[in-house]
Design a protein around this ligand. Structure first.
Ligand code: HEM
Length: 175
C-alpha cells in the first residue's frame, strides 16, 4: 500500500520526459519545401535511365491511358489504393506521398511516351531498406490493375505496361 502511494507520488512529480522529435518522428518533423510541399531527399543524378524501362514507341500507349490527365488519375488512385490496403499500407505511410505522386506520374508518363522526363531516383535506390516481398509487389500490381481498369485502359494495353514494370521487381524486392 505504502509502496503504491510512493509510486503514485513519484509519477505526479516526475518531470515531462524530453522527446527527441527528430528521432521519434523524423518524417513528420522534416521540413517540407514551401513551394512543392515535398520533403527534400539526398542529392542524386537525375536521368531518364533511372525510370527502369525504355519508353514505348509512338503515341498508342499514351492514348490508351488517356494522356497525361489519365496517367495522373491512375497514379493518384494507385497511391490511394496502396494507403488503403492493409497488406502494404504500413510500407507507404512512413514516406513522402507528395513526392511519390509526382515521381510516379513522371515515371509512368515517360514509359508510356506521353511527353514527360523522369526526375526521380532509380528503382534500387528508391526501395532500398523497405524489406518488400514478392507478395507486396503482387498487391501493388493488383491495385495498379484496378486503377487502370477504373480509367478504362484496354486490357491489352494494361498488360503491355505491366510487362515494362515486371523486370523492375528484381530491384524492388529485397526478401
Ligand atoms: C515495379 C513496381 C514499382 C515501381 C515502378 C515503383 C516506382 C516508384 C517510384 C518512381 C518511386 C519514387 C522514387 C523517388 O522518390 O525518387 C517509388 C518510391 C516508393 N515506392 Fe515504389 N515502385 C514499385 C514497387 C513498389 C512496391 C512493391 C512497394 C511496397 C509495397 C513500393 C513502395 C514505395 C515507397 C514507400 C516509396 C517512397 C520511397 C521514399 O520516399 O523514400 N514500391 N516507387
Amino acid at each position: 500500500m505504502y509502496a503504491l502511494a510512493v509510486i503514485a507520488l513519484a509519477a505526479q512529480q516526475a518531470p515531462e520526459p524530453e522527446i527527441d522529435w527528430d528521432k521519434e518522428f523524423g518524417v513528420e518533423q522534416a521540413e517540407r519545401d514551401p513551394v512543392t510541399g515535398e520533403i527534400p531527399v539526398e542529392p542524386y543524378e537525375q536521368s531518364n535511365a533511372n525510370a527502369g524501362a525504355t519508353p514505348f514507341a509512338g503515341n498508342g500507349m499514351a492514348r490508351a491511358f488517356n494522356g497525361q490527365d489519365g496517367i495522373r488519375r491512375i497514379t493518384a488512385r494507385l497511391i490511394e489504393l496502396n494507403l488503403d490496403d492493409p497488406r502494404i499500407a504500413d510500407i507507404f505511410v512512413a514516406h513522402d506521398m507528395v513526392r511519390l505522386q509526382r515521381t510516379l506520374f513522371e515515371q509512368f508518363c515517360f514509359i508510356l511516351n506521353a511527353g514527360c522526363d523522369y526526375t526521380g531516383r532509380d528503382m534500387a535506390a528508391s526501395h532500398r531498406g523497405m524489406g518488400s516481398r514478392m507478395a507486396d509487389m503482387n498487391a501493388l500490381v493488383e491495385n495498379l490493375q484496378q486503377a487502370m481498369r477504373e480509367e478504362g485502359v484496354p486490357f491489352a494495353a494494361q498488360n503491355r505496361f505491366l510487362g515494362k514494370l515486371a523486370p523492375m521487381s528484381g530491384d524492388v524486392i529485397e526478401r
